[in-house]
Design a protein around this ligand. Structure first.
Ligand SMILES: [Zn+2]
Ligand SMILES: [Zn+2]
Length: 751
């Protein structure tokens, strides 16, 4: 016999690997989303803890009392059944063990003696392949409940809206009856009949003393409230993203209650914007301390096909607008380049041909770094990136998991800080969580009980992130939505907005101690909308989400870290004050890191009695001079003030009889642009603008073209000149002998 079995086993091997529908759970064990199995069944895998003692008792008692003692076949039952069949000509059930029933469910066949033999053979194979507990699990996951519903868990979720371990004895007994008569006893339709049959079985259980009498009495009184429900389909983008990842039962970090509130907020909010041509939004909520994503809204409405609702806006690569600026300034704080009160010039600037503009097309002159960040000024940001070095910025972004930036790093220039790169809402949200977590980056995670890599990178110091949180949480900010009535009730949050070129993306990313929330608003069709911008469109939704997710939480804020210091600085420069600085403000700084250079917002000059000539130590007369303080503006600010007709007290020109040549602060040629090619019309060449930025004490500059003096001009005068064809050297010297050169190429063409 065993030899025959082994031979048959070799010829007809058992092919069975269970397959199930996927269930997505939230962090509290509630089902968020159910997917059909590959063969379109509702068939869920029970987990060990869902198989209660009662469930096992009821099913074993009813179907196969000796399940744990036989080898797949119960010879006594078979003998009894065959005997009854032959002698009394009646069919009795009970001959089939649970294992044989599994065999039949796997390969349904007509009930003949020969098929019975096949079943017995398959049952033994099953017993060899699986343990008893595994077989019991396969059985209760596969028993039919009518239609495409299979297994106790599917029935329990669909008809009783609970997971199997929470079924009462009455419900369990009812569920154990259905598989034998799935067409006549249908849950939700024949509840009364089911109750009657159930109570007969409960009486039997009572006789066999399977359960205590009071439990049985309770169970008999319990009416069956089964009704067929649709399985939940919440968090559709999230669920689709993770459906085939870990297992059939995926326990995630989502908080279903919060998820549903946020889902409807996003949907309702976008419905109010459709008339402006704004159709979609995505949002995510991350718990800062753990990195768990507790709400994930990929689009305004998953089922809206017209607006591509199935696109997952959380993973879509979009342009970030200004949302990367906080990281940049944070890195500059850590490099000692800036503190929040450092003064930086917001004037037209040329970075090797790249001339960025501000959002409002205006320049603001001297501003503090914190003002530049609050108001999202572009020129200070490009300057900061230029000083820091874009490599340092890109490295930090790579460490924070920005994949598109990593992929395209070679192609990125200074414009990256104004949004000239690709990011996802997921990446940018976790960047802000990194700021909330004192600069320590860890990946976010979605699945509970999975070992995430212990990747941990320090991107910014606690001091830098504290300064950023202070700046970004100021309540009177220009990007506070207009008429935001409830802002007083809003928990304190730090946030940054962003708007991409062409008004295609509106961003608002915010954090407090507990959560980071990222919001993107725009169209998946990539069509811009005139009203689309981060402050007016994305921020109101961010505030609504914060009010919902973190409503009434104790309003704690970040404490100043011990490594961070407070100092008095001159408000004109943001530097530690010199003797002449009168307007002092307090500022945060990082001791031993932040620049300690004393303020030079004024400069003491030695001038003649009438303040007509200034002297250096070389040409200083023994008598007849005095010391006077002048505003020490940078050349670019002087140019901006002249252009805007802002008056100021000029430093008198340097003594014309002085022989000393000054080394630093040579004039900087602004136009034409070094290295550029200029195409001029051959017959009617237009003159080219010659323009420079000269130091504060310069009165005249001298323009040279190909080493020939062409013009003496006022320091900030616009000079026009016809350039010759070919490679042209342009030089600018000031009245102190300081000189700078550039080269351009001029081509004359017939236009
Ligand atoms: Zn000062
Ligand atoms: Zn001199």
């Amino acid at each position: 016999m065993p030899l025959i079995f082994l031979l048959l086993n070799y010829i007809f091997p058992l092919h069975y690997t269970p397959n199930y529908s996927t269930l997505i759970y939230d962090s509290k064990g509630k089902v968020i989303h159910a997917f059909l199995s590959p063969d379109d069944k509702w068939r869920f895998k029970t987990e060990q803890h869902e198989i209660s003692t009662n469930l096992k008792k009821v099913f074993l008692n009813k179907e196969d009392k000796w399940f744990y003692y036989h080898f797949g076949v119960n010879p006594f039952s078979i003998f009894r059944a065959t005997f009854n069949n032959l002698v009394y000509r009646k069919r009795t059930s009970g001959a089939s063990t649970i294992t044989m029933q599994i065999a039949r469910m796997l390969q349904p066949k007509q009930r003949t003696y020969s098929n019975k033999l096949v079943e017995i053979f398959r049952a033994i194979q099953l017993e060899m392949k699986f343990t008893k507990d595994e077989l019991f699990e396969i059985y209760i996951n596969k028993v039919p409940y009518g239609g495409n519903i299979e297994g106790v868990k599917a029935a329990s979720l669909i008809f009783f809206n609970k997971s199997p371990e929470h079924l009462s004895l009455g419900e369990l007994t009812a569920l154990s009856l259905i598989p034998n008569r799935p067409s006549s006893l249908r849950l939700g339709i024949n509840n009364i009949e089911i109750e009657a049959v159930r109570n007969k079985w409960l009486n039997r259980f009572e006789k066999e003393k399977l359960f205590l009498k009071p439990s049985i009495d309770d169970a008999k009184l319990e009416s069956i409230k089964a009704e067929r429900r649709d399985l939940p389909r919440f968090a559709p983008h999230f669920s689709n993203r993770f459906r085939n990842t870990v297992s059939y039962n995926i326990h995630t970090t989502i908080n279903l209650e919060q998820q549903r509130k946020c889902e409807s907020l996003v949907k309702d909010y976008i419905n109010t914007l459709r008339y402006k041509g704004i159709q979609n939004a995505a949002a995510m909520v991350i718990e800062n301390s753990t990195g768990k994503v507790i709400a994930y809204i990929g689009s305004a409405d998953f089922n809206n096909n017209a607006d591509a609702g199935q696109v997952d806006g959380i993973r879509a690569v979009r342009q970030p607008g200004s949302t990367l600026k906080p990281l940049l300034y944070g890195l500059c704080f850590d490099e000692g380049i800036f503190t929040p009160k450092t003064i930086i010039a917001d004037v037209s600037s040329n970075f090797d041909g790249y001339v960025p503009e501000n959002y409002d097309s205006k320049f603001h002159g001297n501003v503090s770094v914190e003002y530049a960040l609050e108001n999202s000024l572009n020129i200070p940001a490009v300057k900061a990136l230029n000083i820091l070095g874009k490599e340092k910025m890109i490295l930090a972004l790579k460490q924070c998991g920005f994949s598109s930036i990593t992929k395209n790093e070679k192609r990125l220039g200074l414009s990256l800080i104004l949004g000239g790169c690709g990011v996802t809402l997921e990446e940018i949200s976790n960047l802000f969580r990194t700021i909330a977590n004192k600069g320590v980056y860890t990946p976010i995670h979605y699945i509970e009980n999975t070992k995430t890599t212990a990747q941990k990178d320090t991107i910014l110091t606690a001091s830098a992130t504290f300064m950023l949180s202070e700046i970004l949480s100021k309540i009177a900010r220009p990007d506070l939505p207009v008429n935001w009535e409830s802002s007083k009730k809003l928990p304190r949050i730090a946030w940054k907005t962003g708007t991409s070129y062409g008004r295609k993306d509106a961003w608002s990313i915010g954090f407090n101690k507990n959560y980071t929330i990222g919001v993107w608003v725009g169209n998946f069709s990539n069509v811009g909308a005139p009203d689309l911008n981060g402050a007016a469109i994305a921020t109101p939704l961010l505030f609504q989400l914060f009010n919902t997710v973190d409503y009434n939480s104790p309003n704690q804020w970040f404490n100043m870290p011990r490594e961070c210091g407070i100092r008095s600085v001159c408000s004109n420069s943001g530097s530690p004050p010199a003797f002449f600085c009168k307007n002092l403000v307090t500022d945060y700084f990082i001791p031993l890191v932040s620049s300690q250079k004393t303020c030079t917002h004024l400069i003491e000059m030695k001038v003649d009695a009438k303040e007509q000539i200034s002297f250096c130590n070389e040409c200083l007369p023994k008598v007849g001079y005095k010391k006077v303080l002048y505003e020490n503006y940078s050349p670019e600010i002087i140019r901006w003030m002249e252009e805007n007709h802002i008056g100021y007290k000029k430093i008198p020109p340097h003594n014309p009889d002085c022989s000393k040549i000054f080394k630093s602060n040579e004039p900087k040629i602004i136009s034409p642009i070094n290295g550029n090619e200029y195409y001029l019309e051959e017959n009617n060449p237009q003159p080219i603008l010659l323009n420079c930025e000269a130091a504060a004490d310069v009165e005249y500059v001298f323009w040279w073209v190909n080493n020939k003096l062409v013009k003496k001009a006022k320091a900030n005068e616009n000079v026009f000149f016809d350039l010759p064809e070919g490679s042209v050297k342009i030089s600018c010297a000031d009245d102190k002998g300081r000189n700078s050169n550039i080269w351009v190429t001029v081509k004359k063409v017939n236009l």
